[in-house]
Design a protein around this ligand. Sequence first.
Ligand code: ADP
Ligand code: MG
Length: 699
Amino acid sequence: MTSTIPELFGSSVFNDKVMRAKLPKDIYKALKKTIENGTHLELDVANAVAVAMKEWAVEHGATHYTHWFQPMTGYTAEKHDSFISPIGDGQIIMDFSGKELIKGEPDASSFPSGGLRATFEARGYTAWDPTSPAFIKDHTLYIPTAFCSYSGEVLDKKTPLLRSMETLSREATHILHLLGHTDVTSVNTTVGPEQEYFIVERDLYKKRKDLVFCGRTLFGAPAPKGQEMEDHYFGALKPRIADFMHELDEELWKLGIPAKTKHNEVAPAQHELAPIFETSNVAVDHNQLTMELMRKVARKHGFVCLLHEKPFEGINGSGKHNNWSLITNTGVNLLDPGKTPGENTQFLIFLMAVIKAVDDYADLLRISVAGAGNDHRLGGNEAPPAIVSIFLGNELQAVMDSIENDTFFNGSQREQLETGAHVLPHFTKDTTDRNRTSPFAFTGNKFEFRMLGSSASVSTPNIVLNTAVAEVLRQFSSQLEHVPKEELSTAIHDLLKTTLLEHKRIIFNGNGYTDEWVAEAERRGLPNLVSTPDALEHFTDPKNIELFSKHGVFTKEEILSRNEILLENYSKTIHIEGKTLEEMLKKQVLPAISSYSEQLADGAMKKKSLVPGLLLDYDIQLISKLNELQTTITNKLSLLVQHIDEAEKQDTPLLQAKYYQRYVLSDMESIRSVVNEAESLIPDTYLPYPTYDQLLFSI
Ligand code: ADP
Ligand code: MG
């Protein structure tokens, strides 16, 4: 069966086209209303939708349905129920009710819940999110859902995202009304996440316990060649990689995921996929599916897809760029500088709101991307530093300068503010003036938040971004609300200017990889939260709790529980890494050094018996060097084991995370360099695991 790509696209999705064809008109209308305005869905509507969904799913080969949700594991979760329902006589029919569509009751007790499990009932339920379309995968109908505890505390990554989108929509609409755009009734956030990943041979992967258990190598002498030739970036795709990417695209397209761009990335064996942007919650769901399908399709091609932020030392790690903007229900991108004057004021207000939000909540943005994996990237000379700052580019910077210096508000220029024509040079999307070192860059008509790790859900960063911007818009609105119409443009000017003066410290257009920037940022008072425990310590700061609770995104309890989950996840990750390293050293590295030394010694003895009096400088030096390294590794290993024990005894999740970071992680780093040195002296045939050159250059 061949079909064209437009036919293939969305063919496994219960999308608008299917709904229109399958649903009675009034039901379709009611459902659309729920999707667009978030109105309550009546049970009779749900029943009719369930029948249509089931029929369509069964026609497409589905036997089961699942409430698909996003618990705090960072992955998705699913439990499949078949449609079969007995009708007596040993017969069955395929059945699915509105109730089953709307609500599920999975046992929540085994999902991370932080402190919530102790204080609240462990039971949880899933609630259908009709704003993200259902789809079929592996003979199952997937229904995107939100996941809450029975008493309503959120246990997932979707509910708070939907809440943050709602509050941002409300605040953005409010301020647009103040500006006279009363036709706008809602504002959506859009996200396009660019996804980086590595592909390695499956057979080689299976021989590396560190890749299997930790997703990253814990040691490995560098290959003679790395990324210094810059020949992999945008290089021609190898045939097997091209085949993999082709199948991945097709699988994604079937699910209605608009995969658009694919290319080789900077590091050897590294690649990237970028979709066309979508509404945030759909983009989040689609990014989860993209990661899952990358893993799955890779295995079919004899590969493994590594989504870890830093699988290999010495070459780039993988990130995820969160392209983000706001769009009105009337189709206006609020971060598009546009051509017409009216839009310019509006654009400047939203731009300034983002600048202030990023400055006020820089710590939260850093926290939103925190994790053991991403710590290896941020601050390394390949990814944005752990310091959050904004890049505006030359043209916008000039606009900021004119606001700051009143240059467009003087004399004849006053006229130009009203018409706006000269305030903002017409913007062409500038692809040359890119600052790749900036964590948060304006790129023409959107912001690109670049600190995200490759493996994480894009939900949390967007929750923070949406809520922080909503808060600032609310503050702006309250300043503009009671201003008489004729004074509005002056009031806006004042607002823009004072906000800029207060927050321009967050703007940095230079090179973020330099030590000078670290020092400069400190002078400016910008937070530099280097590691995950440092960052998470601030999650529960009063100002952050206030932000989230004020906007109904998280309660204080939900933040405390989330923080605990994140800290525990960090400690567990490093614990597993430490144990894996211990095992690899004991069972692979130390024995390899021994057997090679033995072989050298035997050989030397033989040579000596053949030619008495022969000088054996080379053999002796090598043997003693290996012996010395072996001793060092053994000593460092026993320290590592002690520190892991000690870490497990720490009293609180924060202390434990800090202990792991301070001692266990640094033990691992120092072991790594000794092992690498030993590895570089040992022939491949003595190593029971594949080396960097095999892993990175064999496809
Ligand atoms: P680049 O010049 O960075 O390649 P692209 O236009 O190709 O810019 O966009 C990169 C990513 O940004 C893509 O995933 C794209 O869909 C997304 N993107 C573009 N416009 C928006 C927007 N308004 N909101 C969110 N994401 C966007
Ligand atoms: Mg980009």
